[in-house]
Design a protein around this ligand. Structure first.
Ligand SMILES: NC(=O)c1ccc[n+]([C@@H]2O[C@H](COP(=O)([O-])OP(=O)(O)OC[C@H]3O[C@@H](n4cnc5c(N)ncnc54)[C@H](O)[C@@H]3O)[C@@H](O)[C@H]2O)c1
Length: 314
């Protein structure tokens, strides 16, 4: 198939695109390259540098699927310039799906977020529960989903609500929980946990990318709508202890200003035939191995907000 990935140079895109190419798809990546471009050259890959807020030179004719990842992608980054974030995360998405429909794209996948639910007491947070997003980032995801689903009579639409992603990528992120804590253990010999009792869902980066491949292969049989994608609900302290069992380090617990706990139940996705293959423990092992072999080191661009501030991206 012919697939357009917006945000293809990002943390997820840089793992997803090689997998799509390996599966025989022809891929175009469309990205501002805020954090660089780590995609290997391939005859089946076209790399376009561009901004989804300006789609006039981008033809979508001939694409079967759009995987829409290009967003301002975490809470503090959105707060740098909320107006720009609404423009990118919602208004540009609206233009993109309208153009996709006009130019006969069959399938549109959106990377939403598991954080749209807000704080929930329920043991099983399923897709039918009301959304009470807390941060502006979470709100942009909820509104974008509502815009997209309103077009589901015209295009097959899947909104994936991923848990926090963990694991290695050529465009690394050291600002997501498992990656951050593992890196602290490796470089400082100490993990600082804020609170620690908050339960959060997690997903390995290979699994979330495989979810997108699964949707592409089976899109005709999977109903349009919202799908949770998170397979391990664990406390931050449990993550720290998993790391401590592999790296010699101490755990320091400090007060948290973010007591949010949320869990995800991904049975709806599992029922479509998706089977996760990895987990948090494997992500930790892979990060340790990469660090110890000298491949993974710290860079400003691995920290989204720090880098956006440094480069005045706002
Ligand atoms: N990483 C996670 O834990 C996680 C969890 C849930 C949802 N998501 C969502 O998945 C998507 C990808 O996340 P990620 O972790 O790869 O983030 P990322 O920041 O690494 O990737 C986002 C990419 O989008 C690009 N981009 C941003 N604005 C753009 C614009 N206007 N035009 C074109 N490109 C633009 C950036 O340059 C970047 O390469 C995002 O929508 C994010 O909200 C991520």
């Amino acid at each position: 198939m012919k697939i357009l990935v917006t945000g293809g140079s990002g943390y997820k895109g840089s793992v997803l695109i090689p997998k799509l190419l390996k599966s025989g798809h022809k891929v175009t990546s469309f990205d501002t390259n805020w954090f660089g471009d780590y995609l290997q050259v391939s005859n089946s890959l076209t790399k376009l540098k561009g901004d989804i807020r300006d789609l006039k030179d981008l033809s979508l004719k001939g694409f079967d699927t759009i995987i829409h990842l290009a967003n301002v992608a975490n809470d503090p980054a959105v707060e740098l310039n909320p107006t720009m974030s609404w423009e990118i995360n919602v208004l540009a998405g609206h233009q993109l799906i309208e153009k996709s429909i006009k130019e006969n794209v069959k399938h549109f996948i959106f990377a939403s977020s598991g954080s749209v639910y807000g704080i929930k007491e329920e043991e099983k947070v399923t897709e039918d529960l009301p959304l009470v997003p807390i941060s502006t980032y979470n709100k942009t995801k909820m509104i974008a989903e509502r815009v997209f689903i309103s077009y589901s009579n015209n295009i097959k639409f899947h909104s994936i609500r991923p848990a926090t992603v963990c694991g290695l990528s050529p465009r690394m992120r050291l600002d997501v929980a498992v990656n951050l804590l593992t890196f602290q253990a490796l470089t400082k010999g100490k993990i600082t946990v804020l609170g620690g009792t908050q339960v959060r869902p997690n997903i390995h980066i290979d699994d979330i990318c495989d979810v997108y491949l699964h949707l592409i292969s089976n899109y005709q049989h999977i109903d349009s709508g919202f799908y949770n994608a998170g397979f391990e609900n664990i406390t931050i302290l449990d993550i720290a202890k998993k790391i401590q069992s592999k790296v010699n380090c101490e755990i320091e617990i400090k007060d948290s200003n973010d007591p949010r706990s949320y869990r995800q139940d991904s049975s709806k996705l599992i029922d479509t035939g998706f089977i996760p293959k990895k987990n948090v423990s494997i992500a930790i092992d892979e990060i340790i191995q990469s660090y110890n072999s000298g491949q993974l080191s710290d860079k400003s661009e691995w920290h989204t907000v720090k880098w956006m501030k440094e480069k005045d991206i706002k």
